[in-house]
Write a new protein. Structure first.
Length: 487
């Protein structure tokens, strides 16, 4: 199981919560300070009226727009708004009901028995049995029912310091995900306490046989919203994100869902691991092929993380990394990050890729990336933003994110600088030199399919501002549009 405390830097872009650091994944925290006024009432209240939420009274409307999708009328669609605050007193997890009101998660929310899910009785027995396997624990139904052909409005202004004690800016903002699921199987969330829960996953676990996708976001006490679409982990279906004032449409593609899945299937074999389920009755008509519904295409990050996976992804970048390590034994690597300045690295025998503050590799070493091994960075680390590329001081992590982004994009060089690299986006994912042998073809594909060339296709894709995000100051409105499934 995956116990989640949502805190990936992508939610917090521009909020200052993680600066420019990498913080992939999460953990759990302690209970919030006493005196919290947030409710922990039963999630049954989340199944409120479907028709439009509260458009006439919402001060800061979050519109879930199902008027643009080509799903058949009557298709089951649900939203789930899950988030957290991270305060000195600890992390507190919340779910948001159909009125927009946040509630602290509680184990008492887990009212749905393990191996069961609503709507199973209407499915053929074999299909219901297959889907039931991804509900291994008692779980909470935090879903908000939506209606194809209409819009539903939540009020973001209800995420405030009264309903969320301690809500502030930066790390004290409310950060989380807005999930949408399509079809009968809902997403299970098992609340373990007010500070931790078992989250849905994309493979072999809770919710993995549910068709879903999500938006990552943060919202703070000053009414500022930051959000992005993402394919870091998977592609399920298109979600579009926009907002006012000053937003720009994000997540829009030039191809349909079937065409995108087909394009992924044409990538090198190691990059295609579709997640399918033999339960066509549980999903919209037209999605099944040969009796199975493809729920998602998994990213290289997700594929390489599977315990049973031992394919070529685990060595994919190895030769390129080795080539650059050989270069850096004689030619220093200069990395300039706006948040922490310039660091210069050199590979030292028995030490590894060692960085010094400033423009020369001299003086007292500041940190080493990857330890004494040569190379000390693995392909797995590049896919995951983990281990050698997500550890140490703030300065070390900012250097590491630049390295990982350059390897993913196939643009490693002896000089990396985030102040100017946005201008170099046209050179990404090209074979430019003998040392640049490979790049991330999943990322290349989603950037090419995006109408504005922006995508969050690997964990450091915000380096050089290549991520499909909106940042709203004094938010007036946010709109999430469910995209097309067939055309």
């Amino acid at each position: 199981m995956t116990t989640k405390s949502i805190s990936r830097r992508t939610f917090l872009l521009g909020m200052g919560a993680s600066g420019l650091l990498a913080a992939c994944g999460g953990g759990s925290g302690s209970n919030p300070a006493s005196g919290s006024t947030a409710s922990s009432s039963s999630p049954a209240s989340s199944s409120g009226p479907q028709a439009g939420g509260a458009p006439s009274t919402a001060k800061t409307p979050l519109t879930l727009d199902l008027t643009q999708t080509d799903l058949p009328a009557g298709t089951a669609v649900y939203a789930y708004v899950i988030g957290e605050t991270s305060l000195p007193s600890g992390v507190t997890q919340y779910w948001v009901d159909s009125t927009g009101t946040p509630h602290v998660m509680s184990a008492a929310d887990n009212t749905i028995a393990a191996k069961t899910f609503p709507g199973s009785s209407a499915l053929p027995g074999s299909e219901a049995a297959a889907l039931a396997e991804t509900y291994p624990l008692a779980w909470a139904d935090y879903s908000i029912p939506l209606t194809v052909g209409s819009s539903f409005v939540l009020d973001l202004s209800k995420l405030n310091a009264t309903s969320i004690p301690g809500l502030g800016t930066g790390t004290a903002a409310f950060s989380g995900r807005i999930y949408l699921s399509v079809g009968v199987p809902k997403l299970p969330f098992t609340a373990l306490s007010s500070s931790a829960y078992t989250a849905p996953v994309t493979v072999d676990g809770p919710g993995s046989l549910t068709l879903f996708d999500w938006i990552e976001f943060s919202f703070d006490s000053e009414g500022d919203f930051n959000g992005n679409t993402t394919q870091v982990d998977q592609f399920g279906f298109p979600l579009l994100l926009n907002g006012t004032p000053g937003g720009a449409q994000q997540g829009q593609y030039t191809s349909s869902r079937p065409a995108i899945l087909a394009a992924v299937s044409n990538l090198p074999a190691a990059f295609y691991l579709p997640q399918s389920v033999p339960a066509p009755s549980a999903f919209p008509a037209g999605l099944a092929v040969n009796g199975s519904v493809t729920l998602r295409a998994l990213s290289p990050k997700s594929i390489s993380a599977q315990n049973q996976y031992s394919g070529s992804l685990l060595t994919y970048f190895d030769q390129t990394i080795e080539n650059w390590y050989q270069t850096w034994t004689t030619t220093p690597l200069s990395v300039t990050d706006l948040a922490t300045g310039t660091y210069t690295g050199i590979v030292q025998s028995g030490v590894g890729l060692t960085f010094y503050a400033g423009a020369t590799a001299s003086g007292t070493a500041a940190f080493t990336v990857g330890g004494a091994g040569t190379p000390g960075i693995s392909s797995y680390d590049v896919w995951q933003c983990a281990n050698s590329l997500a550890t140490g001081s703030d300065a070390a992590k900012n250097v590491q994110k630049m390295l990982a982004a350059a390897f993913n994009r196939g643009v490693m060089s002896n000089t990396l600088a985030d102040a100017t690299c946005k201008n170099d986006a046209a050179t990404f994912y090209q074979i430019a030199s003998p040392n640049t042998l490979v790049f991330n073809p999943w990322a290349q594909l989603f950037h090419r399919l995006s109408t504005n060339s922006l995508a969050y296709a690997f964990p450091y894709d915000d380096v050089c501002d290549q991520n499909p995000s909106i940042g709203l100051t004094g938010t007036q409105s946010v709109t999430i549009t469910l995209g097309k499934f067939f055309g």
